[in-house]
Design a protein around this ligand. Structure first.
Ligand SMILES: [Zn+2]
Length: 177
């Protein structure tokens, strides 16, 4: 199994990729009508079919920042949110040479899962033509959760943190890294 699934609480689920050296973590906040997926990992596995197995609601993706190990599965989803300062990275390209990205992905050898479409040779970072834009002070919500958005540049110019008001969880992306 490429992904690990850990229930933090009933409707907060951590989705890990321990089979990859980056050990990425994406988080699903389930709600009745809409669930929020915070980041999509490397894209080596099919995170959409995994998340679909965890919720029947519609799925919105929100991006802590546009680095390859947080946006790999973005193209598998229709509705994607990103901070204004990195929207162009999603629409056009991440300003890092492709050879550097590929070297990062393959730094430690791994075996993609059987249903994977991932091919390192033809890899390009996924693009999202029309992402929804978020700003500092915005919030996103569903029937269970309310996530406040804080613009916290440093690790990257458009990095955000998400603070879930009811539970007090703070998702920091790679700010704390
Ligand atoms: Zn990063």
């Amino acid at each position: 199994m490429w992904y690990t699934v850990e229930y933090i609480e009933n409707d907060i689920i951590a989705i890990g990729e321990n089979a990859h050296w980056e050990h990425t973590l994406s988080y699903l906040f389930r709600g009745k009508d809409v669930s929020w997926l915070v980041d999509t990992g490397t894209g080596i596995g099919n995170i959409h079919s995994l998340v679909r197995s965890l919720t029947s609601s519609s799925i919105n993706v929100i991006t802590t920042h546009v680095h390859w190990d947080h946006i790999g599965g973005h193209a598998q989803f229709e509705t994607v949110y990103v901070h204004e300062q990195e929207a162009s990275w999603l629409r056009d390209a991440i300003p890092i040479p492709l050879s550097v990205l590929k070297a990062q992905i393959a730094k430690v050898p791994f075996t993609p899962p059987q249903d994977s479409q991932f091919v390192l040779e033809s890899y390009v970072p996924p693009r999202v033509k029309t992402p929804h834009i978020v700003h500092h002070g915005d919030c996103v919500s569903n029937s269970n959760f309310l996530l406040d958005i804080f613009h916290t540049p440093g690790h990257s110019p458009g990095s955000i943190c998400l603070y879930e008001r009811h539970t007090g969880y703070l998702l920091t992306g790679d700010l704390v890294y």
